[in-house]
Design a protein around this ligand. Structure first.
Ligand code: GDP
Length: 444
């Protein structure tokens, strides 16, 4: 059996990631016919039949890939660097670039992540509609929409694409407009599009299934067997207590299965009380009653798991079904949950919401030659502040927080040291470096 590839969407802030995902979800809307797009927890599934329908004349062959599973939360590194069996959870990625703005700091950051995890990706060159008027080209493949444009519009699109191509070349990639590429193994495909108008969505889906078909068949084979997944988020849910949102990437999970989940301390061993999926919108009478309970689920899927003792579950860590190999699974989860970040005697304290995001922040700091003293997952606590105060070098007496909050009891102490939090890595580093420069001058 081949499962659908898991696709993440990333890129610079405001370049259109959310709009693109919304458009993909909205395309073919909530129709309940064969091939309708279905919502998972944390993900959206676009079955291959829906892709055939959306692509229409663009497609003249059949694919083995059963569809695409898009991770719903765009952008942030935490979701792109989520791990599965040591590799990246996302099989494929879409890097969104605003064609008018080009490559920005977060675009480069995203490219670094994709390179590091060896994730194949395509580029959505978004917002082509801002070049001129494309009003009569709503929800069309780019290839047909561009033909309707005046020559100067076509040229302008190309000029902007080639600016991106040049920049990518400097970053070590050979890239081109997707319809001018003969061989995807040599070239990075750029798909011009407008997420807002729906232009190019079909082309994007087509390239993604094409890529999956050519490169990933081996990786997408899913065995019948114990389920393996990655925790996206740990959430309090009314009536259910702490639950985990999980992307199941291999095998099957059943109600009653024993699972092992990564945690701050020892792995959690628990039994699945319920597997939940979102209810179809038209069956949702009460907005509080959002979930549908299922007895079993096959990969790939986004689900919510309710089980006892999930309080300390850790976002980004593995969740694996164990049967008679409990000890082996516990060891594996322990190993895969560990924080493997180089720390130094002297350096800053970093905190993030998940393993992947912590690694992303650590990686970027390393690029800047900035040392780390301590790295941990979770919101900024009083203890972190106490620890930061013991740092000798005043330039490092800071906490850098990525996607985390300052806990109320830490708030009172927070003025004693400098804290930089943001949900964009490069902003954290930029702000910190700026502060450091000031501090250096002060100290002189
Ligand atoms: P994100 O931060 O990458 O998730 O970006 P958003 O999806 O929130 O988009 C940022 C802004 O750009 C919003 O105001 C969108 O309406 C706008 N936007 C997104 N895609 C397009 C597009 O294709 N064309 C135009 N004109 N605007 C777009």
């Amino acid at each position: 059996m081949i499962r659908q590839p898991i696709v993440s969407v990333l890129g610079h802030v405001d370049h259109g990631k959310t709009t693109l995902l919304d458009k993909i979800r909205g395309t073919s809307v909530a129709r309940r016919e064969a091939g309708a797009i279905t919502q998972h927890i944390g993900a959206t599934e676009v079955p291959i039949d829906a892709i055939y329908k959306i692509c229409g004349k663009l497609i003249n062959k059949k694919f083995k890939v059963p569809g695409l599973l898009f991770i719903d939360t765009p952008g942030h590194e935490a979701f792109t660097t989520l791990r599965a069996r040591g590799g990246a959870l996302a099989d494929l990625a879409v890097l969104v670039i605003d064609i008018n703005e080009g490559i920005m700091p977060q675009t480069v950051e995203s490219i670094n992540i994709l390179k590091r995890y060896k994730t194949p990706f395509v580029i959505a060159a978004n917002k082509i509609d801002l070049i001129y008027g494309w009003k009569n080209c709503k929800d069309e493949p780019f290839i047909f929409a561009i033909q309707k444009q005046k020559e100067e519009v076509q040229q302008s699109v190309d000029e902007k694409i080639y600016k991106i191509v040049e920049k990518l070349y400097e970053l070590g990639f050979s890239a081109d407009r997707y319809d001018r590429i003969a061989d995807f193994t040599q070239n990075l495909a750029i798909i011009p599009m407008s997420a807002k108008l729906g232009i190019g969505i079909a082309d994007l889906l087509l390239v993604l299934v094409g890529l999956a078909q050519r490169f990933l068949e081996e990786n997408l084979k899913t065995e019948e067997g114990p389920g393996e997944g990655t925790v996206l988020e740990v959430k309090e849910e009314r009536g259910l207590g702490k639950t985990i949102d999980v992307i199941l990437y291999s095998g099957t999970m059943r109600k009653g299965d024993t699972i092992v989940v990564g945690s701050h301390d020892e792995p959690i061993i628990t039994k699945i009380k319920a597997i939940l999926k979102p209810k179809p919108l038209d069956e949702m009478r009460d907005p509080r009653d959002r979930f549908l309970s299922v007895d079993e689920v096959h990969a790939a899927a986004g689900i919510k798991i309710a089980a006892p003792n999930l309080e300390n579950a850790l976002a980004g860590s593995p969740v694996i079904v164990a049967d008679d190999n409990l000890e082996e699974v516990v060891n594996r989860v322990r190993k895969e949950t560990g924080i493997h970040i180089e720390t130094q005697e002297e350096g800053v304290i970093i905190k993030a919401d998940a393993l992947g995001s912590l690694e992303a922040l650590a990686y970027e700091l390393k690029q800047e030659g900035l040392p780390i003293k301590m790295a941990d997952i979770g919101d900024i606590s009083k203890r972190d502040i106490v620890n930061a105060q013991t740092i000798g070098n005043p330039l490092y007496r800071v906490i850098l927080g990525f996607n985390v909050k300052i806990l109320p009891d830490a708030e009172k102490e927070a003025s004693k040291i400098k804290i930089f939090t943001n949900n964009v890595v490069y902003k954290i580093i930029e702000d910190y470096k700026e502060w450091m420069d000031e501090k250096k001058r002060e100290l002189e």
